[in-house]
Design a protein around this ligand. Sequence first.
Ligand code: ATP
Ligand code: MG
Length: 555
Amino acid sequence: MLPNNHSNPSDFIRETIADDLKSGKNESRVHTRFPPEPNGYLHIGHAKSICLNFEIARENKGLCNLRFDDTNPVTEEAEYVEAIRKDVEWLGFQWDNECYASDYFEQLYDYAVRLIKNGKAYVCDLSPEEVREQRGTLTEPGKESPYRNRPADENFLLFERMRAGEFASGSRTLRAKIDMSSGNMNMRDPVIYRIQHASHHRTGDKWCIYPMYDFAHCVSDSIEGITHSLCSLEFEDHRPLYDWFLDELGIHHPQQIEFARLNITNTVLSKRKLIKLVEEGHVTGWDDPRMPTLSGLRRRGYTPEAIRNFCGRIGIAKRNSTVDMALLEYCIREELNKAAPRYMAVLNPLKIVIENYPADLIEEIDAVNNPEDEKMGIRKVPFSREVYIERDDFMEDPPKKFFRLAPGREVRLRYAYYITCTDVIKDGNGEITELRCTYDPATKGGDSPDGRKVKSTLHWVSAPKSLEAEVRLYDHLFSVSEPGDDFVSQLNPDSLITLASCRIEPALEKIFRCQFERLGYFCLDKIDSSLKNKPVFNRIVTLKDAWAKIQKTGG
Ligand code: ATP
Ligand code: MG
């Protein structure tokens, strides 16, 4: 495990664990686990759970398992297992044991048999629909199954035959015999095994009965000697069942503790919804830089440190809430402001010809790599008679508050010279194609010896010495802050703007993550750069800090 870059403030889970350690519970061990189902890629909600489980283990010199909760053969795939391993490692954590619920299928079966022999489970011949219909409602008790009182021997033989593959998928189930009138619906004789003739990505065709989550999860925790089983709030109502199984089986009994799920504005954090976005082609894949998946955030340019830092800041609470996306952006911006080298890139180039600058001269201009960190030094940027500036930085007929370049006006080219616009060249459609300027050689470095001030400083690149690049500007994936059930219709049509003919400083060829001056923080997209055979940059985040504003206005 990597050292943490922030110390975690205490929370109700850490306090409970500290009390358990003091009282000597579980021989004063701490053993946690992160238990993803390999049916999709991890998202930033999972990062909250990963940080919590791994950091609590580390803080207490304990252990943390990575357990694949792979009990549903139909939705799970080896591809997801690999992606999950990679994402957890990337986030900076190393598990002590790699476990698979499917490795316990034999033990789970034996425990189910123990329940049957103790009269605590029965084979039920009702169809899944009938089981559902007879469950009752929150105000009405459920109906007892006609098979509920089957003798243990008969249940055992039928369960063996279920395993042997004698019955069709869905034709029978094994159910726990608890209480059909319980106020907690989960306790109304829940199904613990179902028949499903389907190949499993690890056990192949060995099994045709599969344990349900509630049974597999607590038993897996118990087998692994987990002490604290941390899960999200929706499992609170499942805790009595978790406890019931372990008490009835009389095996090691971890403590389940629930915490609030992470929700973030303008995105969705549910694998089911994310799968839909991928499968229907609304995004380019699980690692589309707009996705809240760890692979998407990684491709976008987020660092594991920024994500861990974010998870530390949001804290652990018992009430669900929604965190503003601006906080996540703040975390990466804060890190990159200190660490990222600055470069110049022009996204919408407009050519400038400096008429009094020698035609064949290329100067090497000194530029500061990071004003926040002197140690990062300076670099040389080529300057020439023809340079590009942003189209937005020129207006032929500027309104009052526009201080950038305009006809007859003098501005500074960052680190280079003062220039004055002398002429505007247009094509037949009246479109501006080029500006003519003059420069003042005495202002080299960007200051005038006579103290003459200019109101604006523009970024630029040399026309002959810059490289062509594609730059992608990303915005929120959803245009509403809390996407609902019809989330697909709430996708933001402007979540991606692709600028195919940008010009960048030549030094950027070898840079991964950086600030483009005045524009934001950007990251090289390695996959698409090699596909397109030119640099492709993703905007990680803008320079503007929406989080500071939210905090100032209190909402
Ligand atoms: P999803 O609803 O996205 O499919 P899940 O809960 O079904 O998520 P699992 O693979 O079962 O996904 O989750 C593994 C662990 O991650 C669980 O302990 C779960 O509680 C936790 N987890 C999942 N989503 C979040 C979230 N948004 N915030 C905090 N923890 C989460
Ligand atoms: Mg789940």
